[in-house]
Design a binder for this molecule. Structure first.
Ligand SMILES: Nc1ncnc2c1ncn2[C@@H]1O[C@H](COP(=O)(O)OP(=O)(O)OP(=O)(O)O)[C@@H](O)[C@H]1O
Ligand SMILES: [Mg+2]
Length: 481
């Protein structure tokens, strides 16, 4: 009570990136209630708390299980790369199997836990679960009282940070408001929901002592463990390097990103039209992360790229992006064509195609000329990137649809690749363009994380992050499973 934030000592939670949203870690010696429906990841979360506590902080840990046997736990966690048996042999970990404990044995159970905590000098404890334990009592109130007394001693007096798992019944997002919630220093709720029919996992911090904004929500995945995704953050490029192209295959153009290729089952099929539907609140930087990488993968292999920029994106922004990937001005002049509207004082450049925006036929003829020149000079298929909103602004919806239909056919005939970028606010057009496109991706946002998924082909939700480790911006996509 009354403790200032600054002097709360924290322990790393051991759960990847969770500490960023809970003020640096769990308060040392705190009681954290971890609640969720069956299968939401409570055991996996707790296992990482213990495992990383031991491996990274040298804090011994105990898992008390009223739910699953030692063999099941050890086996499941080993499949996630957590070798608890080895830690057990080293005296750092202990598993207490209480699956068959009965009511009359409860005082002994509590004593066993207390003794084990002092015997191995545990600094971390998990009880899985309060709900299973309470079932052993005729009067659940007894379970609460015993637990409360024992846990206060373990956490407050012995300084052992404790996770108390609480099972929320199916279909209920709230817990049963028991004493466990009032004595808790922190409450984390794990959820399993749907977004556009696809699995979405998210968590909510309902309470965290000493953390200013406790009502935080975040997306997470159980892919290779338990990973939390705090809001999307652009990363600074420390040591800029030139983009390294990703090889294509017989059937597919690589998108330029191994994780996007994997999500699509190989890449963008040769000769295909790709619709990227951009959701509300998605920034230019975020969707460029997906679109620019494919453009670079073409240009870095000496192939042409022709672009009709979306509203709000001009040639200078595109040149800045290209520069981030280490492409030279000579490559820009040879391989890049950016279609811009003529304006008073317009200066021609080798990489610019000037549209007058008066007639679709006139501009399309210029576009075709630019395209043919690129195909001829490179002897290779080219990439088209079209911002649909620009076409609509200039020629109206009807002309835009027929232009894109024609263009999808051209891309197929020339075995090139077309990427159509659609900004929010055109729901009917999205349906029409989806029917024309061979690939349809959506980019959207949830709790600040950027999500990408395939409508065609249908994929899981993937979280988009920026990876700067190669010396240029790369999209990194992680599936939510
Ligand atoms: N090795 C693994 N790799 C990826 N996902 C896994 C792995 N093992 C289990 N899962 C997924 O994790 C989920 C279960 O996680 P976990 O056992 O932590 O949930 P829980 O909340 O403890 O469930 P319960 O209430 O049944 O104990 C399952 O939905 C399963 O699909
Ligand atoms: Mg479990």
């Amino acid at each position: 009570m009354g403790q200032g934030m600054a002097n709360i000592s924290r322990v790393p939670s051991g759960v990847e990136r969770l500490d960023e949203i809970i003020g640096g870690g769990f308060p040392r010696g705190s009681l954290i209630v971890l609640a969720g429906n069956p299968g939401t990841g409570k055991t996996i979360f707790s296992a990482f708390f213990l495992y990383n506590g031991i491996v990274n902080c040298g804090e011994r840990g105990i898992y008390v299980s009223f739910a699953e046997s030692r063999e099941t736990f050890l086996g499941n966690m080993l499949s996630l790369g957590l070798d608890f048996e080895k830690l057990e042999e080293g005296g750092m970990f202990s598993f207490l199997d209480m699956v068959t404990a009965r009511e009359e044995a409860m005082p002994t159970v509590m004593e066993t836990i207390l003794n084990e905590v002092s015997r191995i000098g545990a600094r971390r404890l998990v009880i899985d679960s309060f709900s299973a334990m309470a079932q052993a009592f005729k009067d659940p109130q007894d379970a609460r009282i015993i637990l409360h007394t024992v846990l206060s001693r373990i956490t407050r007096l012995m300084g052992c940070t404790t996770i108390l798992i609480v099972e929320a019944p199916y279909g209920e997002n709230r817990m049963g408001l028991g004493i466990e919630e009032f004595v808790a220093d922190g409450i984390i709720l794990l959820r399993r929901t749907r977004l556009d029919g696809r699995l979405l996992r998210d968590l909510e911090i309902l309470k965290m002592r000493g953390t200013p904004t406790p009502e935080t929500q975040a997306v997470f995945t159980l892919k290779d463990g338990f990973k939390v995704f705090p809001p999307f953050k652009p990363k600074p490029i420390e040591k800029p390097r030139r983009f390294e192209p990703q090889p294509d295959t017989e059937k597919y153009f690589s998108t330029g990103s191994p994780s996007l290729d994997e999500m699509l089952g190989g890449g963008y099929p040769r000769g295909s039209a790709v619709l990227i539907e951009i959701g509300e609140q998605i920034s230019t930087l975020q969707y460029h992360l997906i679109a620019a990488i494919t453009a670079c993968n073409f240009a870095a292999q000496g192939r042409g790229v022709i672009i009709v920029p979306s509203r709000g994106v001009d040639a200078s922004l595109i040149l800045k992006r290209v520069e981030e990937y280490g492409l030279t001005i000579d490559e820009v002049n040879r391989l890049l064509r950016i279609c811009v509207k003529e304006y008073p004082g317009f200066k021609p450049k080798p990489y610019l195609i000037a549209f007058r925006g008066k007639s679709v036929d006139e501009d399309y003829a210029k576009y075709m000329k630019g395209e043919l020149e690129l195909i001829e000079s490179t002897g290779q298929p080219i990439l088209h990137v079209i911002g649909v909103d620009t076409l609509i602004d200039n020629y109206g919806v009807g002309e835009t649809i027929s232009a894109i239909r024609t263009y999808a056919t051209r891309v197929r005939e020339t075995s090139g690749l077309g990427i159509v970028l659609l900004k929010p606010g055109y729901p009917r057009l999205a349906k029409i363009l989806s029917a024309i496109a061979d690939i349809h991706l959506r980019i959207t946002r949830e709790h600040g994380a950027v999500l990408v998924y395939g409508v065609k082909p249908r994929t899981n939700l993937h979280v988009l992050e920026m990876d700067a480790s190669k010396g240029y911006p790369m999209p990194k996509l992680t599936p939510i499973i």
